[in-house]
Design a protein around this ligand. Structure first.
Ligand code: MGD
Ligand code: MGD
Ligand code: SF4
Ligand code: MO
Length: 918
């Protein structure tokens, strides 16, 4: 027996993982003689990181990721001019010089033609995946993009429209909540509607929920199948897919119609919401004729007065005679109302909700009325209206109840209603943005991204200001500036840096093939150059076979590549960047961020090369600087870095100046050294400056932040602002205005989407839209009797780590990872046994997998985990896993007003011979 040689050096290198949106999480990389061997927690972060310095199972795959034998380790050039699934790209290795020259020459030639083309669309397009996480790995590439000018982020990967889409838009509108979470450490009762947080929430959420369970909180999981979250909840409610609005409307009915106003948080409704605003007979607010301010009924003087009248005591409920008011409709049409009756918005709500009884909802949702009523009453009781808590010296209401929504509930048709109902359920008991309640995490459509309190500014009618895309005649953007037409079609998405990627991205794909017959805008063009990084739309989007054909028509595609995958199979150039454990970057951490990242600190953390890059992989910052230099954009690139585009703080601040010389090319380490110094100086107001060497040793730098900042309501109170709940007068008006603009252009193809703009949402047959769509494409709904849904896997971050063997090995022990989850009774009826090969067929195609029988799934529902069915990605292409994306259509009919859709499709199921797999 020979003994392994004694290691010469063992290092523990601090770093971060941000492979999924539940991050960032802290870790250390154990390096033995220059080889990464293990991932470990970073216990130095125990007191600052909400998961006490720990990462999830996925991060443990990063060692194998680094040494994956299938990695692309040299720049590659395509030699087969034909593109398509069945066309071998014929990639051949080239030097970095040749690859960069090729890309730079293409970019320079494109730029010479003008950054936008004859249709007014950017010639350069870029797609980044998985909820913005690629930015945590792309070094200074954002500075290059910023130096370039207009770029089209229209081509969706699975992120955006398939992600928590309506929540992003409406959450930010109502309470500066790009994503929404429960205040888990204080919550006593959480209704979790399709939010699979035990699988998808990462170590921060899992730690917080485990703590809450020990404390005795109750979580009710409302979901068609028994996810791991359902399995460790107090109760599972197997609701019929896509009927969640009805369930939630019935909860509201119990609160406002059965329990009534006296049982609710009256001061909150009176002072912090639009509940007292008077609505006239035309469904619009009654407004003061002179100032056009909405009126409310002042109980003190017995008169209708403008909402901001000092000393007024607003009536929350009631009908009142009002004379001489006006209403303001779309396009500023002002109507004189004469003598009319004004109802408070709250009374409008109560009358509206009367029909949505638990008995009615039971028929829609397949949930017993008694269960719905009990849950509503438990929620109300747990809200403990009237109690308070002290948070860092401030006395705040304690409302330990929350409703959370998962991604398939808060996107697509029905999502507006669910987001509205969730926000309203919090509002009614004063739990919106108060301790224990429903909280927003961060902002992305508003600024600044790292402090949502600063983004709260007074706007019209006593609400927060909102940067809608204009819908008035003069300013409406009638010619799209990006291929998904976000500014033209979706007012609420705004036009910030993130807005394009959150536009109706499937339209960008669909309209390259065919535009609607009454399209009266310039026909969309192909981008001259398309960049793709950490995104695989050919697997993550809908109708992936057709999408692949569309990608194949793109003239010049540059992919940063880790392995070959289904999207970069169509690339012209592959650029291998140094990955997670091999490259240098600093990012901001702390504050409150996606999923359940609620910190009591804020700061920065460094990712550093724990090991040398494999092969010829190069640091992303080096690649970005080279591209900037070779395209003549170095000065603009350096200027963007000085503004803070590389992450961290701007390089010049009140107490420091580490700006880069604009005319010089800077190396990777000097750039990040400047960012390290500027970030630490900025965080400490000039008291401490730490350089790159310091960060390499210490990993992160944070300063304390008060938990008080988790809650938005005190900020609203300070500014005397109201949440725009329950009545959506503004959205109603904007929708009408948008309709006017589109109809002036003779376009009616977006009319169904316009129906979403309502003051008080109505139940419309949401699941029925899927059967109606089948009828409209000439299919028979009876042929597709089952629902197929998707769910996340704890072991995989979307499709990003499917080629890592360790993840596969772990996941094979977790139910569902070997095929499609089928209710055991349904399987028996169809003659299907455990492990049988089955075909899941929709009206556009079929996908094949093995049967996984379970009791914990509705008989009318099938579930496929993750996103698989790979055909190019090494290792994953041998899994034989089915995928919803292969058979779910891209459909205008199934697109809601925000532009999103759900991962859900009507299917047929049958047993097939083992060999039938294509
Ligand atoms: N069926 C189904 N579809 C879904 C979902 C679902 O749950 N089920 N989820 C949806 C949601 S919520 C989202 S956000 C999207 C996400 O879907 P996308 O936005 O497309 O993102 P990913 O699937 O994470 O992208 C993965 C790609 O990144 C590559 N990659 C991984 N690491 C590296 C690296 O270090 N360097 C480089 N160059 N490339 C790397 C992988 O090889 C892979 O090709 O998917 C959506 N689609
Ligand atoms: N491990 C891991 N964590 C992740 C990710 C990952 O890929 N892997 N991705 C991250 C991203 S990008 C996102 S967007 C989040 C998403 O996080 P989640 O929203 O928690 O995502 P899912 O696991 O897809 O949960 C959706 C659940 O909705 C249920 N569902 C489907 N249709 C319906 C319906 O009509 N009604 C109800 N009530 N339920 C329904 C499904 O059963 C499924 O379990 O996760 C993030 N975290
Ligand atoms: S949850 Fe896991 S994969 Fe996601 S960022 Fe955290 S450690 Fe990484
Ligand atoms: Mo997502």
């Amino acid at each position: 027996m020979t003994l392994a040689p004694k290691p010469q050096s063992v290092a523990k290198v601090p770093s971060y993982c941000y492979n999924c949106v539940a991050g960032p999480d802290f870790m250390t990389v154990k390096v033995v003689d220059g080889v990464a061997t293990e991932i470990e927690p970073n216990f130095a972060a125990e007191d600052v990181h909400p998961a006490r310095g720990r990462v999830c199972v996925k991060a443990y795959g990063l060692v194998q990721k680094t040494y994956n034998p299938h990695r692309v380790l040299q720049p590659m050039k395509r030699t087969n001019p034909k593109k398509g699934r069945n066309e071998d790209p014929g990639f051949v290795p080239v030097s970095w010089d040749e690859a960069l020259d090729l890309v730079a020459a293409k970019l320079t030639a494109t730029r010479a033609k003008g950054v936008t083309d004859e249709a007014g669309l950017p010639r350069l397009a870029a797609s980044f995946g998985h909820g913005g996480t690629p930015a945590m790995y792309m070094g200074t590439f954002p500075a290059f993009l910023s130096a370039w000018g207009p770029i089209d982020f229209s081509f969706g990967s699975g992120q955006g429209v398939k992600c928590v889409h309506s929540e992003h838009l409406y959450g930010e509108f109502w309470h500066r909540a790009f994503t929404v979470a429960a205040d888990t450490p204080l919550a006593d009762y959480v209704i979790s509607i399709g939010s699979n947080v035990e699988a998808s929430g990462g170590p921060c959420a899992v730690t917080r929920h485990a703590g809450a369970r020990v404390r005795g909180y109750k979580r009710v999981q409302v979901e068609p199948h028994l996810s791991v979250t359902g399995a460790c909840s107090a109760e599972w409610v197997p609701i019929r897919p896509k009927t969640d609005p009805a369930f939630m409307f019935a909860l509201i009915h119990v609160l406002v119609c059965e329990q009534g106003l006296d049982k609710l948080d009256v001061p909150f409704l009176r002072d912090r919401t639009s509940s007292p605003y008077l609505v006239g007979p035309d469904g619009l607010y009654l407004r003061d004729a002179a100032t056009r301010k909405p009126l409310l009924w002042d109980e003190r003087t017995g008169r209708a007065v403008p909402f901001d009248t000092p000393g007024a005591v607003p009536a929350v409920a009631g009908c009142f005679a009002v004379a001489g008011a006006v209403s303001v409709d779309a396009d500023d049409v002002c109507r004189e109302m004469g003598a009319v009756e004004g109802k408070t918005a709250f009374t409008m709500l109560v009358e509206h909700m009367k029909k949505y009884t638990p008995e009615w909802a039971a028929g829609v949702c397949d949930v017993p009325a008694a269960t719905i009523r009990r849950i509503a009453n438990e929620y109300l009781e747990a809200a403990s209206i009237g109690t308070t808590i002290e948070i860092d010296g401030h006395t705040l209401p304690l409302r330990p109840v929350a409703v959370t929504l998962g991604k398939s509930v808060n996107n697509g048709w029905g999502a507006f209603e669910c987001c509205w109902a969730r926000t309203l359920l919090a509002t009614l008991v004063g739990a919106l943005e108060n301790p224990g309640g429903t909280l927003g995490t961060t902002v992305r459509l508003n600024r600044p991204h790292d402090d949502r309190h600063v983004s709260v500014k007074a706007g019209e009618d006593g609400f927060m200001a909102q940067n809608f895309n204009p819908t008035d005649k003069e300013h409406w953007v009638s010619t799209p500036t990006g291929r998904n037409a976000h500014r033209t079609l979706v007012p609420i998405v705004g036009n910030s840096a993130w807005s394009q990627a959150l536009g109706p991205t499937q339209l960008a794909w669909m309209h390259l093939r065919e535009v609607p017959s009454d399209w009266s805008m310039p026909a969309p063009t192909l981008p001259d150059v398309w960049f793709v990084y950490r995104s695989n739309p050919a697997i993550s989007f809908w109708d992936t076979p057709t999408l692949v054909d569309t990608i194949a028509t793109f003239p010049f595609t540059v992919c940063f590549a880790y392995t070959v995958d289904e999207t970069n199979w169509m690339a012209d150039v592959l650029l291998p960047e140094a990955t997670d454990l091999e490259s240098l970057q600093m990012i901001k951490v702390g504050g409150t961020k996606f999923v359940e990242q609620f910190w009591e600190h804020r700061g920065v953390v460094l990712r550093q090369p724990a090991v040398e890059p494999q092969g010829e992989a190069r640091d992303f910052t080096w690649i970005s600087t080279e591209l900037a230099k070779r395209t003549g954009l170095l000065e603009g690139y350096n200027a963007a870095l000085n503004r803070g585009a590389g992450g961290g703080a701007p390089l010049k601040g009140e107490h420091y100046d580490h700006s880069l010389d604009l005319s010089q090319e800077h190396g990777v380490e000097p750039i990040w050294d400047a960012i390290c110094k500027a970030s630490s100086a900025s965080l400490s107001n000039g008291a401490e400056t730490h350089d790159l060497e310091w960060f390499k040793a210490h990993g992160f730098y944070t300063v304390p932040m008060s938990k008080f900042d988790w809650y938005l309501t005190p900020t609203m109170e300070k500014q005397g602002l109201r949440y725009e709940m329950p009545y959506q007068e503004r959205l109603l008006r904007i929708g009408r205005e948008l309709g006017n603009r589109l109809h002036e252009q003779k376009m009616h193809w977006w009319d169904a989407q316009l129906s979403e703009y309502t003051a008080l949402p109505e139940w419309h047959d949401v699941p029925g839209r899927w059967t109606e769509q089948l009828v409209n494409v000439g299919a028979n709904p009876d042929d597709f009797p089952l629902w197929l849904l998707a769910t996340k896997s704890m072991q995989y971050h979307t499709g990003g780590n499917v080629s890592i063997a360790l993840m596969r090995e772990v996941s094979q022990n977790v139910r569902g990872h070997t095929g499609v989850i089928i209710n055991a009774g349904t399987a028996k009826r169809l003659g299907i046994a455990e492990g049988d090969r089955v075909e899941i067929r929709s009206h556009i195609g079929a996908t094949y997998g093995d049967a996984v029988l379970a009791q914990g799934v509705r008989p009318d529902t099938l579930v496929i985990l993750g996103q698989f069915d790979h055909w190019a990605t090494p290792f994953a292409k041998d899994f034989g896993m089915p995928s919803l994306n292969t058979i779910a259509p891209m459909s205008l009919e199934l697109t809601d007003a925000t532009g999103s859709g759900s991962d859900i499709v009507r299917v047929a199921l049958r047993k097939v011979a083992a060999k039938e797999t294509v």
